[in-house]
Write a protein that binds this ligand. Structure first.
Ligand SMILES: Nc1ncnc2c1ncn2[C@@H]1O[C@H](COP(=O)(O)OP(=O)(O)OP(=O)(O)O)[C@@H](O)[C@H]1O
Ligand SMILES: [Mg+2]
Length: 233
């Protein structure tokens, strides 16, 4: 579904990615792992058109995505939940969700307000609360729910567990596992090794601006040497 072919990217003069290739097949959960500052967020921002793809190609279902504007990438079915979650603090939970409805309804698919409230009952209880009044876990759930309402074919998540308590991480894990069982395709960046490997079918490990390792989650769990070398696990 998504193909990164020899992608180079960075910030101004600073190149961060020096030719990375990643495939995500329909129905898969793929995790991108690596130490702090290795370029995981840069990879996702490049997919979303928020940073330029300086060399290489990005394809969605065989069509070029690189060079497209972020809103066109969203329209073509890629929904992004950034590290910063980007909840609108002055809007209520319901208003944050409603922002997705015009595009989500235009794209069509099974995601409705009723269905996100079924998966995230806490958001329904909090529907009239302001974005600012939510806990970190609730904000993460709202950011995921808002992305789902776009009826995406690919959900892109940047560190959904960051800053959350273990019990909340468990909750997010079970929600994502449910989405995976439903067949949603997910590209996930995570520092939490256990969380990532228990959800993902396959993993890519970034190091020194390139992909150092890729394989199944079972293979990464068995390879202690690689974990130590590139992840510091
Ligand atoms: N706006 C920016 N301008 C210049 N350099 C940046 C900018 N944002 C990130 N970088 C640099 O790019 C490199 C990769 O950053 P990136 O945020 O992609 O890493 P990451 O793997 O997501 O790290 P983390 O695990 O901390 O989230 C880092 O060296 C970082 O300092
Ligand atoms: Mg990051």
């Amino acid at each position: 579904m998504l193909e990164l072919r020899d992608v180079h990217s960075g910030y101004g003069e600073t190149r961060v990615l020096h030719g990375i290739s990643i495939d995500v097949h329909a129905g898969e959960v793929v995790a991108v792992l690596g130490r702090n500052g290795v370029g995981k967020t840069t990879t996702l921002k490049t997919v979303m058109g928020l940073l330029p793809c300086l060399e290489g190609e990005i394809l969605l279902d065989g069509r070029r995505l690189d060079g497209a504007r972020p809103y066109d990438i969203a329209r073509s079915g890629v929904a992004y939940v950034p590290e910063t979650r980007d909840i609108f603090p002055s809007l209520t939970v319901l208003e944050n969700l409603e922002l997705s409805l015009p595009l989500g309804e235009k794209r069509g698919g099974g995601w409705t307000l009723a269905r996100v409230f079924e998966i995230f009952p806490r958001l329904e209880q909090r529907r009239a609360n302001g974005g600012m009044q939510l806990s970190g876990g609730e904000q993460q759930m709202l950011a995921i729910a808002r992305a789902l309402l776009l009826n995406p074919s690919l959900l892109v998540l940047d560190e959904p567990t960051e800053g959350l308590a273990p019990i909340v991480i468990g909750e997010i894990h079970s929600k994502l596992a449910e989405l995976k069982r439903d067949g949603l395709t997910i590209l996930l960046v995570e520092q939490n090794f256990g969380f990532a490997t228990s959800l993902a079918d396959r993993c890519y490990v970034l190091g020194k601006s390139v992909v150092q390792w890729s394989g199944t989650s079972d293979a990464i769990l068995a390879d202690k040497d690689m974990q130590h070398r590139w992840l510091g696990v």
